[in-house]
Write a protein that binds this ligand. Structure first.
Ligand code: NAP
Length: 266
């Protein structure tokens, strides 16, 4: 496979890390980004941006570039892309690896309500009412609706399912502003991780957050919100990861992925 490129489906820190490692080792790699974020963090080396046009488009791309392997290092919730990668790899007999950071696991002090998908998260929020404020020194009181104050960190594509909740107030943290319908009572805060514990504690306290809603993305860059929530006794509605395709091998970090690619040569 010496000159044949690896297609690296990215959009994650792990993908950027692997792209840098492969580039440094002289292994040809083309990183692929969906093009969702306006100003993406670009990996080292060649990058292509935008969808392939479904499984067929991906098959065409792999054929045209005579790809040696596909590494699916997309976000754990990018289910469609992962399924397309598996279908295309199966059609062509191309080796497929998934690079996935491990999921977060609850500790004893965590108060997680685990839900199957984002729709279930919206229902779980709607079912909650304010009891004792989670944050003892309530900085903000909210005379409208149930008064439930929600920190929503599920990403802008998933905000729409909360749009018909007129009772709760949402602090919506996103990289780029959402374009879908939004819940009537909300505030947008635009930022991009990594986040630290001090900042997350301040955010939860200053906004008197009653519940945090997040996807189980895993990784260190955004873990601080969970530690801060646990420290303040703020419950977490945790969206579990979707199932993975059956085809392909899987590793948890860039070093193991690089080793897998090196073995293709052996
Ligand atoms: P998705 O629902 O699984 O994919 C939808 C479509 O977007 C795919 O069918 C594909 O279009 C295109 N696409 C997705 N990832 C691509 C990639 N790396 N390169 C080229 N095309 C790609 O994906 P998503 O959840 O919208 O996520 C989009 C990207 O953002 C992913 O690369 C992912 O790693 C990153 N991301 C996602 C999340 C999340 O929570 N979902 C969070 C952080 C980062 P075609 O069918 O036209 O090929």
């Amino acid at each position: 496979m010496a000159d044949r490129p690896v297609l690296l489906l990215g959009g994650t820190a792990e993908a950027r890390s692997l792209a840098a490692d492969l580039h440094a080792a002289g292994i040809p790699v083309v990183s692929s980004l969906a093009g969702r974020v306006r100003d993406p963090r670009l990996p080292v080396g060649p990058v292509r941006i935008g969808g392939f046009g479904g499984v067929e488009g991906l098959v065409d791309w792999l054929r045209e570039h005579d790809a040696a392997a596909v590494v699916d290092a997309t976000h754990p919730f990018a289910r469609t892309m992962s399924e397309h990668a598996a279908s295309a790899a199966e059609q062509l007999g191309t080796p497929l690896l998934r690079l996935r950071r491990p999921a977060w696991q609850p500790s004893e002090s965590d108060r997680w309500e685990q839900v199957a998908d984002i729709g279930a998260a919206a229902r779980a929020v709607a079912a909650r009412t304010v009891g004792e404020p989670a944050v003892a020194d309530r900085a903000v009181t909210d005379p409208a609706g149930s008064g439930l104050r929600v920190l929503l960190t599920t990403g802008r594509q998933d905000v729409g399912v909360f749009a018909d909740n007129a009772d709760a107030w949402f602090l919506i943290r996103v990289v780029d502003p959402p374009t879908c319908p939004l819940p009537p009572r909300h505030q947008i805060v635009r930022s991009r991780g990594p986040y630290d514990m001090a900042g997350e504690l301040t955010l939860l306290r200053e906004n008197s957050i009653d519940v945090l809603v997040t996807k189980n993305s895993g990784g260190e860059l955004t873990r601080a919100k969970l530690t801060a929530a646990a420290e303040l006794g703020v419950p977490v509605v945790m969206v579990q990861r979707p199932p993975e395709p059956a085809l392909g091998a899987a590793v948890h970090n860039a070093a193991a992925a690089k080793e897998w690619i090196a073995h293709l040569n052996a």
